[in-house]
Write a protein that binds this ligand. Structure first.
Ligand code: LCS
Length: 394
């Protein structure tokens, strides 16, 4: 383990990496190899038995990936990290590791569409039922927990509604029942929110988003207690095999260096756009964590540094009107994903959350008029002028 740093601005650059171990290379080398040689047959036997440290095969471990895993553990204040080929590979490895047939999951009422799809498949194939709840109070949450409950799964801010869940409250209830709390921290990144600091047990990222930050890599990360991470590494990661490639790990190490700088700008831009959207007469509701009129504002103050780069808003009209806003844009890009330098805009009901049945979508607050905006790093004035002219034309 290399030195830990007091400030996240330093840890994103130096965390998990010791240049001395890598011939002085300032930038971590890419170990583009699938396997590692043994000096003798007996050495191979010792490595497989776990009696000797060392690399075996890149699905089981790779030095470049390992630097990233140490860095994300450092950033999330966790014991150990693990890297995956996608956010969904991370989510599925964790959820499958924590459940068996007939178990029960309590989940935030609202989450990324493919995670909802995974939970639906687990119900169909293994009778693992999921209860979706707003987690508004300790008592409400306690009522959802059954003797079969083995995981509490939380997204906050929730994709795409931007509702917040009180992480400390959830962690306190979970401890009463000895159930682990898994938090998808994709929308905040460790720069804005660190769930383990509030007593949660496992953090997941779609590193495709703010951690990569440049729209050029699909990746997932998990951080938790050493024993848990080792068990995932030895089971659902090793045997399902959704591991990260060394080159993609290198892209994430590179992206991470500017995470605080990028996020400060994403937040500043988003705050400006929120003010403009709130005053626009084509817009009926704006959802953003650090907006003082947001009912979840006290939760934001408690657990987040700032509101982040994603805004959701509803326009007056219907699905067609929402689609027109997207179609009228000139340089802002219609695309799913988020956290990139480019501003990305999408329509959750027909895109990222289309797999959720319409009635459930409504209950979760994903209406046909809802638009999700991932505010990029461009000048906020340019972002707003494109958005404003698109809204003017509906
Ligand atoms: N968790 C959250 C909160 C996400 O938003 C996503 C992807 C994932 C997990 C899965 O990560 P992936 O496998 O894509 O790396 N969210 C997307 C979105 O909102 N638009 O496109 C992808």
């Amino acid at each position: 383990m290399v030195k830990k740093h007091d400030y996240i601005e330093t840890a994103v650059i130096h965390g998990g990496y010791d240049t001395k171990r890598m011939l002085g290379s300032l930038t971590p080398p890419i170990f583009q190899t699938s396997t590692y040689t043994f000096e003798t047959a007996e050495q191979g036997e010792r490595r497989f038995a776990g009696d000797e440290e060392g690399y075996i095969y890149s699905r089981l471990g790779n030095p470049t990936v390992h630097i990233l895993e140490e860095r994300i553990a450092d950033l999330e204040n966790g014991e150990k990290g693990l890297a995956f080929a996608s956010g969904m590979a991370a989510v599925s490895a964790v959820l499958i590791a924590l459940t068996k047939a007939n178990d029960h999951i309590v989940c935030s009422s609202g989450l990324y569409g493919c995670t909802f799809g995974l939970l639906s498949m687990m119900k169909e194939k293994y009778n693992i039922d999921t209860d979706y709840t707003d987690m508004i109070s300790k008592d409400e949450l306690r009522k959802r927990i059954k003797k079969e409950t083995t995981v509490i799964y939380v997204e906050t801010p929730i994709n795409p509604t931007m509702k917040l869940i009180d992480l400390q409250m959830v962690a306190e209830v979970a401890k009463e029942f000895h159930i682990p709390v898994v938090v998808d921290n994709t929308f905040s990144s460790p720069y804005l929110q660190r769930p383990l600091d509030f007593g949660c047990d496992v953090v997941i990222h779609s590193a495709t988003k703010y951690i990569g930050g440049h729209g050029d890599v699909i990746a997932g990360l998990v951080v938790g207690k050493e024993a848990f991470i080792d068990s995932v590494a030895a089971t659902t990661q090793k045997d399902i095999g959704g591991v990260l490639s060394p080159f993609d790990a290198w892209l994430l190490l590179r992206g991470l260096k500017t995470l605080p700088v990028r996020l400060d700008r994403h937040c500043e831009n988003a705050e400006r756009i929120v003010e403009k959207l709130k005053r626009n007469n084509k817009v009926s509701n704006v959802y953003y964590p650090s907006d003082e009129s947001n009912p979840d504002y006290p939760i934001m103050e408690k657990q987040m540094k700032r509101g982040g780069g994603v805004i959701s808003f509803e326009i007056k009209g219907d699905k067609k009107t929402a689609q027109q806003v997207l179609n009228h844009l000139s340089f802002l890009q219609i695309a799913v994903s988020l956290g990139d330098a480019e501003t990305l805009i999408e329509h959750p009901a027909t895109m990222t959350h289309a797999v959720i049945p319409a009635a459930t979508r409504q209950q979760m607050g994903i209406t046909d008029q809802l638009i999700r905006l991932s505010v990029g790093l461009e000048a906020w004035q340019d972002i707003w002028s494109d958005l404003e002219q698109a809204l003017d034309r509906i």
